[in-house]
Design a protein around this ligand. Structure first.
Ligand SMILES: NC(=O)c1ccc[n+]([C@@H]2O[C@H](COP(=O)([O-])OP(=O)(O)OC[C@H]3O[C@@H](n4cnc5c(N)ncnc54)[C@H](OP(=O)(O)O)[C@@H]3O)[C@@H](O)[C@H]2O)c1
Length: 321
C-alpha cells in the first residue's frame, strides 16, 4: 500500500520533533518537512535533510502557491506559539491544493475560546478560517506535558530537567489536569491521522488526569523529600494576569511579555477554571484518544517522574530558553 504523504511544519521544535519521531517510527508515512526560508540553513534542518527527509522552504508571510502543497495528503503544523497567524496562508494553500487533512497547531490544554487564554484564541482564529474554507481538519490537544508539570525538589536534584519549575499551590490544589508525555504526542498523532474517525473532529490525548496535590504527593513519596508548597490565591493570579495584559498591550511584539501572559493564563484555566479536564473536553465535543487507541499505553506521569529521579531525560528547550 502506498504511504500517506505528510508535510510537517515545525519539525525542529519540541512538539514537532515528537511528531516527526512518532510518524517516522509508525512507518506508514512519507514525510516531508516545511521550514521558513530564514531557517533552511540551520544545523537542525540540515540534520533532518541528512536523515533523508525532503525539506521544503516555504514563506508563510505571503500567499503560498497551492502547487507546493498539492503532493500532500496530510499537512501538520506544530508551529511555535508566537507564530500562529502564519498558518492562515498555509491553510488557504492547503484548501486550494486539495489537502485531505489539515492538522493546525493545537497541542495545548483543553480550554474554551473567547478571552480565557490569548494563545487559545490565536489558534481559534486559524480554526475559524479552516471552518470557513471547509478545509478537512483534525484538531489535536494534549493537555500539559509531563516535562513541565513537576515541582522542584529542595535537594535541587531535578533542577537540570526544569523548564517551568515552581512550587506554587494554586487554589486548593485539587483541580484535575490532563497530562501527556511530550514523547507520546508523536505516537498519538500517527494513530490519529490515519484514523477516519478523527476527520473533522477534535481529539485530546492524555495519560493521566492529576491534581497538583496528587503530583506533590507522588513527588514526595518517590523522592523521599518534603516540598514546601507556596499557596497562590485566585486574587493573586487575577492581579498577575491584569498586569501581564497591560505589559503586552504596551509592547505587543515583545515575545517575552506574551510568554509571561500565556503561562499565567494557562494557570488560571487549569487550576481555577478547571478547563483542562476529560469532563470539559467531552463537553466541548472532543474525542478521547485513549478510548480510540486502547492498544497504546502512554507513558504515565509516575513513570516519567521515576525516570528523571534516576537522572534520565532531557530538559525541554535545552540551549534555547
Ligand atoms: N501542551 C503543552 O504543555 C505545551 C507546551 C509547550 C508548547 N505547546 C504548544 O505546542 C506548539 C508548538 O510549540 P513548541 O514549544 O513545540 O514550539 P518550538 O519548540 O518553539 O518550535 C517551533 C517550531 O515552529 C517553527 N516556526 C516558528 N515560527 C515559524 C514561522 N513563522 N514560520 C515557519 N516556522 C516557524 C520553528 O522553526 P524555526 O527553526 O524556523 O524557528 C520550530 O520548528 C505551540 O502551539 C504551543 O502552544 C504546548
Amino acid at each position: 500500500m502506498s504511504k500517506t504523504k505528510v508535510l510537517l511544519l515545525g519539525a525542529t521544535g519540541e512538539t514537532g520533533a515528537s511528531i516527526l519521531e512518532g510518524l517516522a517510527r509508525d512507518g506508514s508515512f512519507d514525510i516531508s518537512i516545511a521550514v521558513r526560508p530564514a531557517s533552511a540553513d540551520k544545523p537542525a534542518v540540515r540534520a533532518l535533510a541528512d536523515r533523508g527527509f525532503s525539506i521544503l522552504s516555504i514563506d508563510l508571510s505571503k500567499k503560498v502557491n497551492a502547487s507546493v502543497l498539492t503532493p500532500f495528503d496530510t499537512v501538520i503544523s506544530s508551529i511555535g506559539p508566537e507564530s500562529q497567524q502564519s498558518q492562515l496562508n498555509f491553510a488557504r494553500a492547503a484548501k486550494a491544493a486539495g489537502v485531505t487533512r489539515f492538522v493546525p497547531c493545537g497541542f495545548i490544554t483543553v480550554c474554551p475560546p473567547g478571552g480565557i487564554m490569548a494563545l487559545r484564541d490565536a489558534k481559534e482564529e486559524v480554526y475559524n478560517l479552516i471552518f470557513k474554507l471547509h478545509l478537512p481538519y483534525t484538531i489535536i490537544d494534549t493537555g500539559f506535558w509531563h516535562q513541565i508539570s513537576f515541582p522542584p525538589l529542595p535537594s535541587g536534584k531535578l533542577d537540570e530537567f526544569h523548564f517551568l519549575g515552581e512550587n506554587k499551590l494554586y487554589g486548593d490544589g485539587n483541580a484535575p489536569n490532563l497530562l501527556t508525555d511530550l514523547r507520546d504526542i508523536g505516537p498519538f498523532v500517527a494513530r490519529i491521522i490515519r484514523d477516519p474517525r478523527t476527520l473533522n473532529k477534535k481529539v485530546f490525548t492524555w495519560s493521566d488526569e492529576l491534581s497538583q496535590n496528587e503530583i506533590y504527593a507522588l513527588a514526595e513519596k518517590l523522592s523521599g523529600e518534603s516540598i514546601d508548597k507556596k499557596p497562590f490565591a485566585l486574587e493573586e493570579i487575577e492581579a498577575v494576569i491584569t498586569k501581564a495584559k497591560q505589559a503586552v498591550d504596551a509592547d505587543p511584539t515583545n515575545i517575552g511579555l506574551q510568554m509571561g501572559l500565556w503561562s499565567q493564563e494557562y494557570n488560571m484555566s487549569k487550576y481555577y477554571r478547571e478547563d483542562n479536564t476529560r469532563k470539559v473536553a467531552l463537553y466541548l465535543g472532543y474525542l478521547d484518544a485513549k478510548e480510540l487507541y486502547p492498544d497504546f499505553k502512554p507513558i504515565t506521569f509516575e513513570e516519567y517522574f521515576k525516570e528523571i529521579l534516576e537522572g534520565k531525560g532531557n530538559r525541554p528547550y535545552a540551549g534555547r530558553f
